[in-house]
Ligand binder design. Structure first.
Ligand code: A2P
Length: 343
């Protein structure tokens, strides 16, 4: 039995925040006390945890006193604003934002891939980008057996990646279009209902958007392979929840499809989903609300003897965000790494 910890969720009212609350309850996380933090907009709103009603508080300088663990999912700016106070208070922050992911002293952790790196945190541990986690957990077990030379990935990303309000926007847009009205946009730059568009994060001088570069750089950091060749095309699709990815892996030598299937079927956090007679493979609807990343359609790339094709779907809010963060926290507790430099 582990000593219960005093937890705060920063961004508790958001899509990932509410999933964090749900996971803490259903995974029997050792919670001594729970504080729900969000912006002033949500102050006084209530959420339930284990049958108890908890009031949401607006985050302030004093919010992190007597807190051991902060699970943050309120955007990069909010994480940057409060990181110092969190660390100074002696708490450890598991941060779902991109604010600190590429900083050298901040571990970027997927517990199934690089759990040992979490030990060296200095008060902040970063949770990787959702598309990176989903791809990483699916391909790392193969990489461990036979090194990957190059990854070419295309994503099909649901609205949930842009938060609860974006999910609502797609529903409202769908209704408007079905009623013959023009769809309104507020969160997304273009209508997503009955449409798709390349990920709308800022573009760099080479034409890659930030989301694509996260997949490149974060995968290299998590795999501890600074020279791994990765190229990504990220697309937003009108799916509410769960991202899909088409992944082409080039290995340094041939990798048999049979071996790849066996490895996927036996790796933690993955589920092999393939029924070739029914053309049934992973779908976002099936991945939604599940902990495992679904992997299937594993086949030999007919254009290259050393390459395999994979199709994966994973719940962006679960393994892509909240679940991975909770697993990091569980790892910290289990290994007794939940102490910051200030305690
Ligand atoms: P609020 O509901 O008060 O706006 P999502 O990713 O689903 O959009 O959720 C974002 C989460 O981050 C929400 O809980 C939101 O709270 C919270 N949040 C956004 N901006 C801030 C801020 N400046 N300070 C604290 N929490 C914030």
């Amino acid at each position: 039995m582990y000593k219960p910890v005093r937890v705060a969720i920063l961004g508790a009212t958001g899509a990932v925040g509410t999933e964090l609350l749900n996971l803490l309850e259903h995974r029997d996380f050792p919670v001594a006390s729970l504080k729900l933090l969000a912006s002033e907009r949500s102050e006084g709103n209530s959420l339930t945890f284990k049958g108890e009603t908890l009031l949401v508080e607006a985050v302030t300088e004093n919010s992190f006193r007597d807190i051991d663990l902060v699970l943050a999912s309120a955007g990069g700016e909010t994480s940057k604003t409060w990181a110092k106070s969190i660390v100074a208070s002696g708490a450890v922050m598991v941060d779902n934002s991109s604010a600190f992911r590429m900083e050298s002293e901040v571990p970027l952790v997927v517990p199934e891939i690089n759990p040992e790196t979490a030990k060296y945190h200095k008060g902040i541990i970063a949770n990787p980008n959702c598309t990176t986690i989903l791809m990483g957990i699916a391909v790392y077990p193969l990489h461990r057996v036979q090194p990957i030379k190059r990854i070419v990935v295309s994503t099909y990303q649901s609205a949930s990646g842009a938060g609860a309000r974006a999910m609502e926007e797609v529903k409202v847009q769908s209704q408007a279009i079905l009623n013959g009205n023009p769809p309104q946009t507020e969160i997304f730059p273009y209508p997503l209902a009955f449409n798709l568009f390349p990920h709308n994060s800022p573009l760099n001088h080479e034409g890659y958007c930030t989301e694509e570069m996260k997949m490149v750089n974060e995968t290299r950091k998590i795999f501890n392979e600074p020279n791994l060749r990765v190229t990504a095309t990220c697309i937003r699709v009108p799916v509410l929840r769960a991202h899909s990815e088409s992944v082409n892996l080039e290995f340094y030598a041939q990798f048999s499809v049979t071996d790849a299937r066996m490895i996927v079927a036996n790796s933690p956090g993955l589920k092999l989903v393939e029924d070739w007679t029914k053309n049934y493979f992973p779908m976002p609807m099936d991945a939604s609300g599940r902990d495992e990343v679904l992997v299937g359609r594993i086949r030999q790339d007919i254009s290259h003897p050393n390459s395999l094709e994979l199709w994966i779907c994973g719940d962006q809010i679960r393994k892509g965000a909240a679940l991975n963060a909770v697993q990091i926290a569980e790892l910290l507790i289990k290994e007794r790494w939940l102490c910051s430099a200030n305690k």
